[in-house]
Design a protein around this ligand. Sequence first.
Ligand code: BG6
Length: 471
Amino acid sequence: MEYNQYASFPKDFLWGGSTSAYQVEGAYNEDGKGLSVQDTKEVVPGTTDFKVASDHYHRYKEDIALFAEMGFKAYRFSIAWSRVIPNGTGEVNEKGIEFYSKLIDECLSYGIEPIVTMYHFDLPEALNKIGAWSAKETSDAFVEYARVLFERLGDKVNYWLTINEQNMMILHGAAIGTVNDKVSNVKKDLYQQNHYMLLAQATVMKMCHDLCPHAKIGPAPNISEVYPETSNPKDFIAAQNLNAIRNWLYLDVAVYGRYNPIALAYLKDRGYAPEITAEDLEVFKAGKPDFIAFNYYNTSTAAHSSLSDGVVGPEDGDQQIELGEKGVYKAVYNSYLERTNFNWEIDPVGFRATLRSVYERYGLPIIITEDGLGEYDELTDGKKVHDQYRIDYLSNEISEMKLAISDGVEVFGFCPWSAIDLISTHSGVKKRYGFIYVDRDEFDLKELKRYKKDSFYWYQKLIATNGEQLS
Ligand code: BG6
C-alpha cells in the first residue's frame, strides 16, 4: 500500500537494543552462579565458549552509560536463571538478585526502561540433568523462578518477556541443544517440551498480572512471514503449513488459548501431539499476554512437498533457512533476496509484511526484541569501525517498520540485536551485531575495551529525531 500521508513513530517509542545473559555477561561461575546448559555444552569448533563473553557482568555500568549516550529509551536483556537460582529450583542466590537489581537501577537512573527476558536459551544445568523441558518438573521450576523474579524485582520492571524464541528451540532443537537423545521419538518429545513451556508461560503471565498489576508481559518468539515460492496454489498451501507450524502454533496458544488447527492436525497425524487436557486449556485461557514481542531477522519461503519427496531443503551445504519437511513444505531460498556474508537472507519489506500479519491476526501491541546484521567488523588502527553495511541494513528495516505503522500496526518499540557486541549463538566472536565494538578475539581476550562504531553515532541521531533521520 502506498499512502498520500505517512505516519511518524509514536512520541514515547521505545528505541533500544538487546542482549542475552549468556552471550554478554561472562562471570559464568562467579558470585554463586550455577552452571547453565550454555556453560556445559560442546563448543562449536573454532569458536569461543561463553565464559567471559563481553564481561558485561563487571562492566555493566560503563555499558549502560554508553547506551544512555546513544539515547536508548529501553534495554532488553535476559536474566540468567542459574545466577538467581543456581540449581534451577530451591535456594535463591542473593548475589544474583543483587546483580540484576543493580543493573535495573542503573538503567532506571538514565530513564532507560528495562525489558526483561526471563529465559533465553540458558537452562540451569541441574534441570538439564533431570530431563530439561521433557520433564514436567522443569515447567514447575520455571513458574517458581518467575515468582522469585516478580517478588524480588517486580516493583521496578514494567515489561517482562517469558521465553526467548521457544519456536526455534522446538524447530531447531539440534542446533540450539534441546534435542533429548534419550528418547526414541525426538519430535514427539520436542512437542511435549513445547507443551510444558506453553503451560509454564500461561501460568507465569497470569502470575505477573496477579503479583505485578502495573507490569505488562508477553511471549518472545522468532516470527517470519512465509512466502510461497510461486503462485502455484500448492506452494501457497505449503506456505500456510509452515506459517502454522513455525509461527502461529506458538502465538495462537499464547493469545487465543488454543492450538492452531492446522498445526494440531499435523501434530496428530505424525504422532507428535502432546496430550492436551481440559485443565491445560483452562491454564491457557487464564494467562494472556498484554503485547507480543518478536524477533525478526528474515522471512521464509516454502514450496510444495509431497510425502514421497527425497529432498526438502537446499543442497548447498550451508543452509541458513528452514529445514523443510516431507509432505509439509520444501524450504527454498528466495531468489529476490540478497544474503549477508553469513548467508542469511535480507528482507526489509518482509519485515513490514510480518508486522502486518502478526497485528492483523492478534491485534496486540508489538515490540521488536531482535533484528540486526551479523557481520565481520574490523577495528581500524585509529580504533574506528566503519559499519555502513549495518547502518544500511537497519535503516531499511526501520523504514519498513515505519510503513507498517502507517498501515495501522501498533508498534511500541524496537530493540535491535545487539546493543553491544556479544558472542553469537553459533558463530562465536567473529559474527558481530553491536553498535559498540568489544575489543577481543575468539581466543584472545585482550582488554575487552569498548569502541563506538559508526552505527553508534547513526543510531544516536536516529533516536534523537525519533526515527526521522534515517541516513
Ligand atoms: C536469535 C537469538 O535467534 O538470533 C540470539 O535469540 C542469537 O540469541 C541471534 O544470537 C542471532 O543468531 P546468531 O547465531 O547469529 O548469533
